[in-house]
Design a protein around this ligand. Structure first.
Ligand code: UDP
Length: 329
């Protein structure tokens, strides 16, 4: 039996495939390579180039392989872009989920682990955020992921497809060898953008506002290593295999770092001074997003290994230094 990874050529998808392969799982990947990278595809996995919105592609995969479970990453994930192009997000993310679930039901596949996000909460009602807190997304990206969670909830009740939804906080870092890593076009995430300064690819990093109600006025985020996220997917898969009921888990380190603190940490890691400029607030940015991951720790027995933010940045730095222009293909 194999695990189908939808979006296995993307950032978190490729790292999860890396860990799945390492743990001896048989992996099949489907990716349309719209934002994924051919060079990020694990050589040990069987690869189908295709779009999950095409039921023929999925039916073919489910027919040609014995798929036990799906891990679903295939989605657009840029907050700003989602505000500009909401329909693109509802089409790719929400409609994609519909076709995927239809094909899973049709082909008798009963387990799905889903890549969700802290963006499902919107402006948090309290810190740290727990899974039962209010979900009120402030952008179409978060809304699309919340709708996808709700689709799985109803399908699990009606059709017996059990799901685990993993709400990540700020994914960061790369495999320590630097063989795979983060490569978005356009890049909008803080750590890769900070590291572009010592790489000589940008003159400075703009801090999006220092008038937030936080200790140094800049936003606090909970940075979690991509391999710790990957491990959580494997634990979630095993939880479903053991008969665990459908469930939702936060994944974060439970510690908030400000934008300014991240820049100082990156200066330590790279040994270079990083020039900053003060900008205005970015629309839709909550002052702080910090997870309580107690539920994942208790139920999934998840223990993040990368608890030091400098170590997380160091793994990102290794990747970016080796691949200043990202993947070639
Ligand atoms: N940020 C910033 N400058 C940048 C990019 C991001 O100050 O060029 C801030 C952003 O406002 C947020 C934090 O860094 O407070 C993390 O942003 P990112 O886009 O990496 O992740 P998000 O929290 O939006 O998922």
């Amino acid at each position: 039996m194999a695990v189908l990874v939808c979006g296995g050529a993307g950032y978190i998808g490729s790292h999860t495939v890396y860990q799945l392969v390492k743990s001896g799982e048989k992996v099949v990947i489907v990716d349309n390579l719209q934002t994924g990278h051919r060079d990020a595809i694990n050589k040990e996995a069987k690869f189908y180039e295709g779009d999950i919105r095409n039921s023929e592609v999925l039916d073919k995969i489910f027919t040609e392989n014995e798929i036990e479970a799906v891990i679903h990453f295939a989605a657009n994930s840029l907050v700003g872009e989602s505000v500009e192009k909401p329909l693109m997000y509802f089409n790719n993310n929400v409609y994609g989920m519909q076709i995927l679930l239809e094909s899973m039901v049709k082909n008798g596949v009963g387990k799905i682990v889903f890549s969700s996000t802290a963006a499902t909460y919107g402006e948090p009602e309290k810190i740290p955020i727990e899974e039962n807190d209010r979900t009120a997304p402030t952008n179409p990206y978060g809304e699309s992921k919340l709708i996808m969670e709700k689709m799985m909830k109803w399908v699990s009740r009606a059709n017996g497809v059990n799901f685990v939804s993993l709400r990540y906080f700020n994914a960061a870092g790369a495999v320590e060898s630097g063989a795979i890593g983060e490569d978005h076009h356009p890049e909008t995430h803080l750590i890769p953008l900070i590291l572009q300064v010592p790489l000589g690819k940008r003159d400075h990093i703009t801090i999006f506002g220092d008038d937030y109600p936080t200790p140094d006025g800049t936003c606090l985020r909970d940075y979690i290593h991509v391999l710790d996220l990957a491990d959580a997917h494997i634990l979630a898969l095993n939880y479903l295999r053991d008969g665990g009921e459908s469930n939702v888990f936060n994944l974060g380190n439970g510690q908030g770092f400000s934008v300014k603190e991240m820049i100082v940490a990156a200066e330590k890691v790279t040994g270079q001074k990083i020039k900053t400029e003060m900008g205005t607030r970015r629309a839709g940015d909550p002052a702080q997003l910090i997870a309580s991951s107690d539920k994942a720790k208790k139920i999934l027995k998840w223990t993040p290994k990368f608890t030091n933010v400098e170590k997380i940045i160091e793994t990102a730095w290794t990747w970016h230094k080796n691949n200043p222009d990202g993947y070639k293909n």
